[in-house]
Design a protein around this ligand. Sequence first.
Ligand SMILES: Cc1cc2nc3c(=O)[nH]c(=O)nc-3n(C[C@H](O)[C@H](O)[C@H](O)COP(=O)(O)OP(=O)(O)OC[C@H]3O[C@@H](n4cnc5c(N)ncnc54)[C@H](O)[C@@H]3O)c2cc1C
Ligand code: FES
Length: 358
Amino acid sequence: MFALGRPRRILIPRGAGPSKRWGTPQPGHAPRPVRVAELRRETAETLTLVLEPEDGVMPAFRAGQYFTHCFEIDGQTVRRAYSLSAPEGGGLACTIKLIPGGWVSSHIQDALQVGSRYRLLGPTGDFLLEEGDGPLRFLAGGSGITPVISLVETALAKNPRRAIRLVYASRSQDQVIFGERLRELARHHPSLELVQVLSQPQAGWNGERGRLDAARIVALLGVQADADYYLCGPGGLMETAETALREAGVPAACIRHERFLAAPKTQSRPTLPQEILFKQSGRVVTQRPGESILEAGLREGLPLQFSCMVGGCAHCKIQVLEGEVALNEPNCLSPEERAAGYTLACSACATGPLSVAA
Ligand SMILES: Cc1cc2nc3c(=O)[nH]c(=O)nc-3n(C[C@H](O)[C@H](O)[C@H](O)COP(=O)(O)OP(=O)(O)OC[C@H]3O[C@@H](n4cnc5c(N)ncnc54)[C@H](O)[C@@H]3O)c2cc1C
Ligand code: FES
């Protein structure tokens, strides 16, 4: 339990109620053309893409953020979010795990080559380092190590003596992503404690093994009054960890998580044009078959906010005043936002005449 010694800063927890998700709006949402400069195999299932902006201007990003990658596959534009796996100032790299049968992860692994070109949106995301030098505790599972390594390397670059514990869970030795990079980091930074846990280790493993249940997560991460906790991994692991940490006395405001939501399932879209009244500007826009509300508005030049385009950031949320929409699920809208009539312009389309507050 916490000994409440010194005052803590107040953080607004993510996820509950209208959240800080859209607290990091990004200027300039134009897609950014990039070129694949390098492909680096990390494990049999995982590949790192190193990207170069076509205009030669490296975009600024913060550790823990993600870009939305826009591919043209079979005549369709398909978007997926991928966290940056490089530290701040360390270039544009992301690391993608192949999902069996996955549309985009298969395309990346099978079709991309050095020289391939596509577009990025962003960066966005609020899985960010707290300012200051307080202790940091990370729990990463599988490909959840991607934003975590960016955060750990950035924190250590800013303060090489910052106390950091990283608990990293993988299935077996050959599934460990960035194994050598992490060991090297720990060798150079005595303040970094690296705890690797394998659920099904092959012969020769002398480290932690087995499933991470609530008690073990708390024991391995430790509970410390002034620490900030960062979780990224499979949904089940993150839920167990968050509940366990809360029950052990860690305030919700000290726990941050990044969810690698599966891509939203597209709702069937209307086959006829639909009229949308954007109340604020007084403009009526005709949504063409197949378009989202956002696409229709942007095509007509409305200054609508957006960032990720995949239902993950809520920069594009708008209030529906009248009419019905079909919204792709899952997405990041909270129950409170839904109850207040909000939808996501990037992920919804009007299914009849619609009026929105934007
Ligand atoms: C903010 C954010 C950051 C992300 N960062 C990364 C990253 O750094 N590296 C990375 O590899 N992925 C990351 N993802 C996940 C990524 O965006 C895609 O969802 C993933 O690559 C699968 O896309 P796909 O087109 O291959 O699969 P799809 O064709 O969309 O799905 C195929 C099947 O796999 C299931 N599925 C989809 N995604 C997942 C998943 N992540 N885990 C388990 N099952 C899934 C689907 O439900 C479906 O049944 C991130 C997601 C978000 C929202
Ligand atoms: S732009 Fe991110 S949720 Fe719509």
